[in-house]
Design a protein around this ligand. Structure first.
Ligand code: FE2
Length: 468
């Protein structure tokens, strides 16, 4: 995704340097909890996002903050001030009616005006000033929140604009984590504990049948859902089978060993052309040495873990793997039905495990572990059909282009989603270990170019029932 919006997508996640899940909980239900509790919940989310931003930017020096670690990414100091600038724009100006604090800097932090590659050459605020600006904005926002009725206007209802900004900051935290992954040099992020080991991975069926029938896709009721997740609508799908877990490194290594990267039969024409031009031979950050595959993660090189979901593959690679395996990528609708539809009640849940917020027992979110968990982990997070790890761990590429749902209405502005609709972008679902709970739900849609590899994306595969 881009930086433009308080976006869907790849600007996400919360890494506490040392340990923890971001304090965040998940989207509050305003109607259920009352205005005062909603205020507290919003403040908690804003503070959790800022703690994560601080952790990701205080762990390196000013030189690292102002450097561009990859032409694909902004300097970290740009993200820092952009977070403050969007918060000022949406909350202080649009909601609060205040005058701009520093109108001269607005163009610098408008993602539409300056592509990432261009940002290091801009007269950006230095780190200390960027921090001070974001801090000043936040102080005024908390004052505004304390006085806000949180109702009476579309941006205010259920605290939507505040929720959008909390999600935006967490999404940029994910983006900054990607920058950390691309950064060369000694590790800067402290290693948190590993995720829980899968309890019953060997006993899990490889795939799960999702019977034919209609389900409700998207939402009308999720208070902080973004425009592209709306409205709720019925989709009728034929029966299909879906992998119980994301595709693992071990499985992906078999594709490599079988010559999958050298056989055009498995690739779309565009994918094959890209594979050749970019000389792809393995996931990004992998290298083959002394007979084994190694991967670099946040500055540390170690052997590829066989049971972990594969990460850092493009849509083209995911699609080629699926063909090699005699399967295909699931559509976005198939993914959402497998994740949300409860055949016992006929309704769609907020999350695979139910309507309750994501807890540490449900999903690997919030940068709690700085890596995906092994396939088969999080048995309490499985969907009614028994599909696991749909939320968290790795973003999952789907077969679908990014398109509006029937009845889509751009909100709060066209550049959030509408300008990205079309065949250029493929949809990713489910969030990853770097996504915060507040920015993740069963309806959440991410999108990116099919060549993209630095994002924390993997995939799972599907097949038609008729193929039996
Ligand atoms: Fe942004």
């Amino acid at each position: 995704m881009t930086d433009v919006r308080p976006h869907g997508g790849t600007e996400a996640a919360g890494a506490d340097r040392s340990t923890g899940p971001t304090a965040a909980t998940a989207t509050p239900d305003a109607a259920a909890i009352g205005t005062e509790a909603l205020r507290e919940s919003i403040a908690t989310e804003l503070l959790a996002a800022r703690a994560r931003t601080a952790a990701l930017t205080d762990c390196v020096g000013d030189g690292d903050l102002t450097a561009q670690h990859s032409p694909l990414m902004s300097p970290l100091v740009w993200d820092l001030a952009h977070i403050g600038n969007q918060e000022e724009l949406w909350l202080l100006r649009n909601v609060g009616g205040r005058d701009p604090m520093h109108p001269e800097i607005d163009p610098l932090y408008d993602a539409f005006q300056h592509p990432r590659a261009e940002r290091p050459s801009l007269p950006l605020l230095p780190p200390a000033e960027a921090r001070a600006y974001a801090h000043e904005v936040r102080g005024r926002v908390l004052d505004l929140l304390a006085a806000s009725p949180l109702e009476g206007a579309p941006l205010l209802d259920a605290g939507f604009a505040f929720g959008m900004i909390a999600q935006h900051e967490q999404q940029h935290d994910e983006t900054m984590l990607i920058t950390h992954q691309l950064r060369q040099g000694e590790p800067a992020l402290a290693a948190p504990p590993p995720p829980p080991a899968p309890a019953d991975a060997a006993a899990l069926p490889a795939e799960v049948l999702i019977p034919a029938g209609p389900f409700t896709m998207g939402t009308d009721t999720e208070p902080w859902a973004l425009d592209n997740e709306r409205p709720a609508h019925t989709v009728d799908l034929p029966a299909f089978l879906l992998d119980t877990t994301p595709v693992t490194n071990a499985a992906y290594q078999r594709f490599i060993a079988d010559g999958g990267y050298d056989d055009p039969r498995w690739w779309t024409p565009e994918g094959w052309e890209h594979r050749r031009r970019a000389d792809l031979t393995a996931p990004l950050f992998w290298r083959h040495q002394d007979g084994q595959w190694l991967r670099r993660r946040f500055g540390t090189v170690a052997p590829v873990e066989p049971d972990e979901p594969v990460l850092h593959v493009s849509w083209y690679e995911a699609d080629a793997y699926a063909r090699w395996a005699g399967r295909r990528l699931p559509t976005e609708a198939e993914w959402e039905k497998a994740a949300r539809h409860d055949p016992a009640t006929g309704r769609s849940r907020r999350h695979p495990w139910g309507d309750g917020p994501p807890g540490p027992e449900h999903a690997n979110l919030g940068q709690r572990h700085l890596r995906p968990a092994g396939a088969g982990s999080y048995p309490k997070g499985r969907s009614p059909y028994g599909v696991g790890q749909l939320i968290g761990d790795v973003w999952e590429w789907t077969a679908s282009d990014f398109r509006p749902y029937p009845g889509f209405r751009a909100w709060p502005y066209r550049e959030y989603s509408e300008v990205f609709f079309g065949p250029e972008y493929k949809v990713l679902r489910g969030g990853c270990f770097a996504v915060a709970p507040v920015a993740c739900r069963g309806t959440f849609r991410n999108w990116d170019y099919p060549v993209r590899r630095q994002i924390f994306a993997g995939f799972r595969t599907a097949r038609d029932l008729e193929a039996d």
